[in-house]
Design a protein around this ligand. Structure first.
Ligand code: ZN
Length: 220
């Protein structure tokens, strides 16, 4: 706890004074453009890896970056997705898995989780990804885990589209979905490409966007 208190005092004395205008603006409003859904893993820090300031990302974190399909008994994830899309009007949703994910490791290695009934129940929302991944050959355990992380992101992208708010916003062309996998050791992100149906580098997936912003910067 000592680290947190010292950290907060540092924030109050150093970081906050550098952003007083920003926090004054944010005191009564927020207009985040992106809903970022990722794992609770301490090594994944959405604002750090996308270099975003307070107010720019609306975040959901849980074990395994899971989005349960919409059901008659929606939980916290469903409520937060609905609020982000229908009230805040985010234009993009990123579902971001990561390397060395404990939740995905448990699934890929079929670890016994009888002593963790809540975790076990929660990870059933990744069951379709597990079935797909188990049906495929893998060179070794590391390759199987890597494939599981990616398959889970694809499954959660499908799950989120069962949410009415998401479906309606997509229908109006107001919302784009993105599937990412963050590599902790290398600091890279692989992004799912719908047309190729595979994960490619960020540079390849967003080539047009990167090109457009480079041109805009050159003419500015
Ligand atoms: Zn994880």
């Amino acid at each position: 706890m000592k680290n947190l208190i010292e950290g907060f005092l540092k924030f109050q004395n150093e970081a906050f004074p550098q952003r007083t205008e920003l926090f004054k603006h944010l005191a009564t409003t927020q207009q985040p453009g992106t809903l970022f859904i990722t794992c609770s893993d301490s090594r994944v820090v959405p604002e750090l890896l996308t270099q975003q300031e307070p107010g720019e990302l609306f975040v959901i974190r849980n074990a395994g970056n899971i989005v349960p399909s919409y059901s008659p008994h929606p939980g916290g994830v469903s409520a937060t997705v609905e609020y982000a899309v229908a009230v805040l009007g985010v234009t993009d949703i990123v579902i971001c898995g990561h390397s060395d994910c404990g939740a995905m490791t448990a699934i890929a290695q079929c670890k016994c989780m009888d002593h963790l009934p809540a975790v076990s129940g929660w990870l059933q929302h990744a069951e379709s990804a597990k079935v797909v991944n188990e049906a495929r050959p893998h060179a070794n355990d590391a390759a199987k885990l890597s494939a599981m992380v990616r398959e889970n992101v694809i499954a959660q992208l499908a799950n989120i589209q069962t949410h009415p708010s998401v479906r309606l916003a997509q229908e109006k062309g107001l919302l784009n979905l993105h599937g990412w996998v963050y590599d902790i050791e290398h600091g890279t992100v692989a992004a799912y490409d719908d047309t190729q149906r595979e994960f490619v580098s960020i540079e390849e997936r967003y080539a047009a966007l990167i090109d457009a912003s480079a041109k805009a910067a050159a003419t500015a």
